[in-house]
Write a protein that binds this ligand. Structure first.
Ligand SMILES: [Zn+2]
Length: 98
């Protein structure tokens, strides 16, 4: 019997910066069947979202990344300048946490 994604829980605590419900379960699965959960933190402006992934088979080991808002978004000049400033903040956050 296989364990569904929703049934995959973690015994490791969320990082202190995670904004999701403490102890949240796995929320996705890789193509080869590895369950994982994504830890989220506030956005850097409206276009960058930092966080980290944690795999059920490697609890506590976090893979950090920064995601862009949905593909196809267009930016005004002011938004592009905000994005550039926020990108520096996001990069500094990654450097401090990875
Ligand atoms: Zn979390």
């Amino acid at each position: 019997m296989t364990t569904s994604i929703a049934e995959t829980t973690f015994t490791t605590p969320c990082p202190d910066w995670c904004t999701l419900k403490p102890g949240h379960p796995a929320d996705s699965e890789t193509f080869d069947g590895r369950s994982l959960r994504g830890h989220g933190r506030p956005a850097f402006g409206g276009f960058l979202f930092a966080g980290a992934y944690e795999y059920a088979d490697a609890p506590g080991a976090l893979e950090y990344d920064v995601q862009l808002a949905a593909d196809g978004d267009t930016l005004t000049v002011a938004q592009l300048l905000d994005l550039a400033r926020n990108a520096l903040d996001a990069a500094a956050w990654l450097e401090a946490h990875r």
